[in-house]
Design a protein around this ligand. Structure first.
Ligand SMILES: [Ca+2]
Length: 352
């Protein structure tokens, strides 16, 4: 199986990739190219060199099918992740970015949030992939066409690259399973009428946990108020209720579009993720627990075991600055559909 590789990274990285490929043809998939902190570069280059030597193993010592094998190479401020080509999920999922897991302080780190954003607590996450954009109508309509579902209303704003709206949490998990099956991945969700359980060992598509969502929105858990990397919301960079009537101390006033914008209309955050703040609310896996932060597990928390509202994050085109902060938490009955509810995909990066 051959995969066409398009580089947006520096040419030095392509040279290293080609050298690696010549040493070990089984290593030929780029699973992600992500920005990297420069202060970590020296260590990463050292580690990459060591792994690069390891990649030159003779064929009979090469990693076996489905065995984990990863190679990380860093050049300038990019990280290249190569994995064994025979591994089922070794290709970077289309339109996704790789998020290296880590530990961060989750919640109201600015001290200007709501009670249910407190207490700030330490969370540690494993690696995962996340969609660069909200799921679009183009993508969601293909699911509807293939499964005979009725296409959701676009509120008269158009479809195409606009985010899918009027999708319930149940619609979102059904879409995840459908896409997993179509790509021959293991489905994450077991769906029995309104009861949904998740298989954490599956490599298929799923919704982010609330913690994963916030970690991603904050460009890997950094202290920032908005999902585009800024602490001040500006309508030129975020689709939210930006008219003067809603101005706060941490926003600028400008256009209030009063509808969705095509995904990719604004600059991404440091990880390449767009519209983590605004455009549409994004369904997350977790049940919303107003007091959950006080008792959350540290490692890969996935919310209360039961509840009556599923988490929505990020705010929408229709929300004022307070509600589009990345720490802000919202939730609705999972059957709810609205013209500012959408979702974004995640996949667990198994074996990284
Ligand atoms: Ca959003």
């Amino acid at each position: 199986m051959h995969h066409v590789v398009k580089f947006c990274a520096p040419p030095e990285l392509q040279i290293i990739y080609n050298e690696c490929l010549s040493q070990n043809p089984t290593v030929r998939n780029i699973t992600s190219i992500t920005h990297m902190k420069k202060k970590r570069l020296l260590f990463a280059l050292f580690a990459a060199f060591f792994l690069f030597v390891a990649a030159g193993l003779p064929a009979d010592k090469a990693p076996r099918r489905n065995e984990d094998f990863s190679l990380f190479i860093a050049v300038q401020d990019y990280t290249l992740v190569l994995r064994n080509a025979t591994q089922a999920d070794s290709v970077v999922p289309k339109n996704m970015v790789f998020l290296s897991g880590g530990t961060f302080e989750m919640g109201d780190v600015f001290g200007d949030g709501e009670e249910w954003e407190k207490p700030v607590h330490t969370v540690t996450l494993s690696d995962f992939y996340m969609g660069k954009t909200e799921v679009t109508f183009d993508e969601y309509d293909a699911f509807c066409a293939a499964t005979g579902r009725k296409k959701p209303s676009d509120a008269g704003w158009g479809r195409g690259k606009r985010p899918a709206i009027n999708v319930s949490w149940h619609d979102a998990v059904a879409y995840c399973n459908w896409l997993s099956e179509r790509q021959e991945l293991k489905q994450v969700y077991m769906i029995s009428e309104s009861t949904v359980t998740a298989d954490s060992s599956a490599n298929g598509y799923r919704l982010p946990t609330e913690a994963e969502w916030e970690y991603a929105a904050r460009s890997g858990g950094k202290k920032m108020r908005f999902g585009n990397g800024k602490d001040v919301a500006d309508p030129s960079g975020i689709n939210f209720a930006g008219s003067p009537a809603y101005k706060t101390s941490y926003s600028r006033s400008g256009v209030f579009r009063e509808k969705t914008t095509p995904v990719g209309s604004f600059q991404p955050n440091d990880l390449g993720l767009r519209d983590m703040t605004g455009n549409v609310w994004e369904w997350c896996w977790d049940w919303l627990g107003d007091d959950y932060y006080g008792k959350s597990a540290q490692n890969n928390p996935s919310g209360p075991v039961s509840g009556n509202r599923r988490v929505l994050r990020g705010g929408s085109w229709g929300n004022p600055p307070e509600n589009v902060r990345v720490a802000y938490r919202n939730g609705r009955d999972p059957a709810t559909k609205d013209y500012d509810y959408g979702f974004r995909l995640v996949r667990t990066a198994l074996g990284d």
